[in-house]
Design a protein around this ligand. Structure first.
Ligand code: FAD
Length: 315
């Protein structure tokens, strides 16, 4: 038996989060295969085959697998599952959308957001917005896991020599017709991706408006080469895009430096930043809970601090 990792793709190929899932899967002690399902992905199979730690690529290149539609990928997973002892994906929106569907259809209790692999059936995962870590034991048989990509180093993009097996010709279910691709609004940023950025600065609802959020944080982010995150309150208020939400129900980040401006420090936000190396908080309320997790705290008005900090860093 082997482990099957599900590849998540973007316009550059396989995402770094998938390479973290490969590292995690390698710790389960069996051969690791990668499902490369998409449309027009044959061309990247050779590049993907050189990711370190993989012994086989299952290439499913078909129109219905375009855009990672979970409704179409799930039947494929269900059909492949009997050949595998575990199915693994990163706990990203893609992985969190796909794997629970397969787990339900296969009647397997899935283990979500694994942060440590103790042995092939014993895993550590956060609970209660990261307030405690639970050690859980999966029953014998198929295990279905999402892993937190920020805690597993990405497998090297080079050094492997996996064989590529084309499975597109197999009679899989194809387009289930349950979801239709309409369009994607791609925000082109010339700054790092939130999940993998070395520095993240984020703002809360105290930034006041979408214009205020962007005008206040962007110059500082530019100087620091930082990704910009937001609290759910800021996202819900329309100040920041959905994909900038940091926390339990957004992106989990683990940068070298995380600076929170006007963020109260709710458990659901803190659960997504705890693995940051250094946390800095700026809040005008000295009793704000964010100061309990911050390595450095500044009780001050963010609208004063940010321009001063930006000017000082510019030099
Ligand atoms: P507030 O709590 O309103 O805090 C604003 C802060 O800004 C205050 O501390 C205030 O003192 C400070 N402030 C105001 N003006 C200034 C100023 N001029 N200068 C300095 N400081 C100032 N939240 C997330 O962020 N991520 C999640 O993933 C998430 N998931 C959730 C899931 C569930 C199921 C639930 C129920 C909630 C979730 N939340 C999440 C929401 C979370 O509970 C909080 O409501 C939210 O994080 C608060 O956002 P905030 O800090 O921007 O706003």
């Amino acid at each position: 038996m082997s482990i099957l990792v599900i590849a998540e793709l973007d316009s550059h190929g396989v995402k770094a989060a998938t390479r973290s899932a490969i590292t995690a899967a390698s710790q389960l002690g069996e051969e690791v295969h990668l499902l490369l399902a998409g449309s027009g992905v044959e061309g990247i199979a050779a590049q993907v085959a050189s990711i370190n730690g993989l012994s086989k690529i299952l290439l499913a290149d078909a129109a219905e697998y375009a855009h990672g539609i979970a409704e179409n990928l799930t039947p494929l997973l269900v059909q492949l599952a009997p050949s595998y002892s575990a199915i693994v994906a990163a706990a990203t929106s893609f992985g969190k959308n796909l794997l629970p569907r397969a787990a339900a259809l296969l009647d397997v209790a899935m283990v979500s957001e694994v942060i440590q692999i103790i042995d092939a059936t014993t895993f550590v995962r956060p609970m209660y917005a990261g307030n405690l870590n639970a050690t859980v034991k999966a029953p014998a048989g198929l295990r279905i896991l999402t892993i937190r990509p920020t805690v597993f180093e990405a497998a090297a993009a080079e050094g492997g020599s996996a064989v590529v097996e084309n499975i597109a010709a197999a009679a899989y279910e194809g387009d289930t017709g349950k979801a239709t691709w309409v369009s994607r609004d791609l925000v082109q940023l010339d700054r790092p991706e939130l999940a993998t950025a070395r520095v993240v600065i984020s703002g809360g609802r105290s930034l006041g408006s979408a214009e205020g959020f962007s005008a206040t944080l962007t110059p500082l982010a530019d100087v620091l080469g930082a990704a910009i995150g937001a609290t759910r309150a800021a996202v819900d208020a329309g100040m920041a895009p959905n994909d900038s939400q940091v926390g339990q129900t957004g992106t989990v980040v683990a940068p070298e430096l995380y600076i929170a401006f006007g963020v109260s420090g709710a458990a659901q936000h803190v659960g997504g930043i705890k693995d940051s190396k250094v946390i800095v908080a700026v809040n005008h309320d000295a009793d704000a809970p964010i100061f309990q997790v911050a390595d450095y705290g500044l009780v001050a008005d963010l609208f004063t601090v940010i321009p001063e900090l930006t000017a000082a860093l510019k030099g």
